[in-house]
Design a protein around this ligand. Structure first.
Ligand code: ATP
Length: 267
């Protein structure tokens, strides 16, 4: 057991922030295994902050977005799930399961292409049972000219030719580039104001660790439904409304917590 694993073991299960600490340590473990970069730690921290003011739960607007996202993945002709370091560190098992239920292959696509990272993420996904992983053959990759970051390098059999791209934990530049290429984009992002959230067709404003298990549950239930059932869910869905509802929720939640905080101080 390394020192990080020891620290996780030492967190008592009844600690009020047990889950949050557990996930933090998964990210740290990812850093030690080359899966996560230093910048990934900061991105996780930004997510934690938004999770706090979303009440650390899956709200109704997120549940509706999850249902629509699964419908879109199941209706897609060529769906793909893009995997980055943080998503692999937190949810490798769930990404593999979702890929199996929705028949959307996994493609590793990274902002920071440090030596050995792709292999480390590939190992993690394989350990969880992934059969097909794209984005790993350097000489096969194609560049998306709309993007200047390392993420412009995509697999011709994956993101490049996909009609629907699921990008849990994304940066705004790439979401915008994928939209310009005519793709439908599904994102998970705790920040309703990020460029990713605004640009995506479906934004799941929730923590990836809560959202993915729900996506798996929905895809198990919905994968045998016919096209018209799935299309109806999509037609009903409005992403702008999701973002506005999330922002209204945050305002209300902060106000209610403000009242509660004063009550605690008074008593
Ligand atoms: P953008 O470029 O889209 O405007 P950004 O520059 O903040 O946003 P990054 O720093 O690349 O984007 O990615 C971090 C994003 O991921 C943040 O918006 C953060 O809220 C979100 N995030 C981090 N951890 C999680 C998590 N566990 N679940 C869901 N979202 C998360």
């Amino acid at each position: 057991m390394n020192s990080n694993e020891k620290q996780v073991e030492d967190v008592p299960i009844d600690h009020p922030r047990y889950l949050s600490l557990k996930h933090r340590h998964k990210i740290i473990e990812g850093l030690q295994n080359l899966v996560v970069t230093e910048a990934g730690l900061i991105a996780h921290g930004r997510g934690e902050c938004f999770d706090y003011i979303l009440g650390e739960k899956t709200n109704v607007f997120a549940k509706n977005a999850i249902e629509a996202a699964v419908a879109l993945l199941l209706l897609a002709k060529k769906p793909i799930i893009s995997v980055n370091g943080n998503s692999a560190a937190l949810c490798a098992k769930e990404l593999v399961k979702l890929s199996q239920y929705t028949k959307a292959p996994l493609e590793i696509n990274l902002f920071y292409g440090k030596e050995g990272r792709i292999k480390a993420i590939q190992k993690l996904l394989k350990r969880e049972g992934a059969l097909e992983i794209l984005g790993i053959e350097e000489d096969k990759m194609i560049e998306i000219k709309e993007l200047s970051s390392n993420r412009r390098r995509v697999d011709p059999d994956g993101i490049y030719s996909a009609d629907v791209v699921f990008v849990p934990l994304e940066d705004g530049d790439r979401t915008e580039a994928l939209k310009k290429l005519g793709k439908k984009v599904i994102a998970i992002d705790l920040n309703p104001l990020s460029r990713t959230s605004i640009w995506a067709d479906i934004t799941i404003i929730d923590n990836i660790v809560r959202a993915l298990p729900k996506m798996i549950k929905f895809s198990k239930e919905m994968r045998h439904k016919d096209q018209s059932f799935l299309t109806k869910i999509l037609v009903k869905y409005n992403n702008q409304k999701t973002i506005q509802t999330a922002l209204n929720f945050i305002i209300k939640y902060i106000k209610s917590q403000k009242r509660k905080a004063f009550e605690i101080v008074k008593n």
